[in-house]
Design a protein around this ligand. Structure first.
Ligand code: DX5
Ligand code: ZN
Length: 228
């Protein structure tokens, strides 16, 4: 029986929101109890899609006080970390597959006074992030191939969530293990049981129904009856 309840946070992904009404999406998600916003940056190289850059992050920053989690799906993200920190990102999450010297990126991001996350694509093994666990604020486990919202959750990544959580616990680290891709009330629950603490939710929040009800269903899934 755990002595403390681990906080579990929901981060709606604005990639699934109506880009012509982001202010409305932000308001609805805040009213529904969102804990953060997740912003997916894509460069058409690291992933076969394009999304947005620092200017949009700045515009979102002006509309909310919630933490902004910036998911950099771009090649050589070190080139842009200063711009995203300046635009108002609170956590900059970069892909281990996109940089030769990830430890240097971690140093650079912390040097900007913001938090840093290390992301792994579904096929990237846990071992790639292991050497960085003592210095990151978040490990993001992708549960779909990065690039698009609305894909199906890959349950085969759950052992990686478990490995990351137990290795962080062994180090005494309070870093989040984040799960991103295909997160719904049904898939969030096994992810929470495996140790995820930060849930990125795109289509399950914005693609149908009421945003507040969608968030409530996700909140229940990650808390009720899940041992902390
Ligand atoms: C995919 C992105 C995700 C995406 C999640 O590359 O990293 O953050 O927006 O959307 P859903 O929850 O619909 O899979
Ligand atoms: Zn993402």
């Amino acid at each position: 029986m755990a002595l403390s309840v681990r906080a579990r946070r929901l981060a709606p992904s604005l990639l699934s929101a109506d880009f012509a009404d982001l202010a409305g999406a932000i308001r609805a998600a805040e009213a529904g109890g969102a804990d953060a916003f997740h912003l997916d940056v894509m460069d058409g190289h690291f992933v076969p899609n394009l999304s947005f850059g620092p200017d949009l992050v700045r515009a979102v920053r002006a509309r909310t006080r919630l933490p902004l989690d910036i998911h950099l799906m771009i090649e050589r993200p070190a080139r842009y970390v200063a711009a995203f920190a300046k635009a108002g990102g609170d956590t900059l999450v970069f892909h281990l597959e996109a940089e030769d010297d990830p430890a240097e990126v971690v140093r650079a991001v912390h040097g900007l006074g913001v938090k840093v996350g290390a992301a792994l694509k579904p096929a990237t093994p846990f071992e790639r992030v292991a050497p960085l666990l003592d210095r990151v604020d978040q490990v993001l486990v992708m549960s779909v191939e990065p690039g698009f919202s609305g894909q199906r959750f890959i349950p085969g990544v759950l052992p990686k969530v478990r490995a990351a959580r137990s290795a962080l616990d062994a180090l005494g680290s309070a870093a989040d293990v984040s799960i991103d891709g295909g997160v719904t009330p049904e898939t969030a629950r096994p992810a929470a049981e495996a140790g995820a603490t930060f849930f990125v939710c795109g289509n399950s929040v914005f693609a149908g129904g009421r945003v507040d009800e969608n968030l409530l269903a996700l909140r229940r899934a990650v808390t009720v009856g899940v041992p902390s």
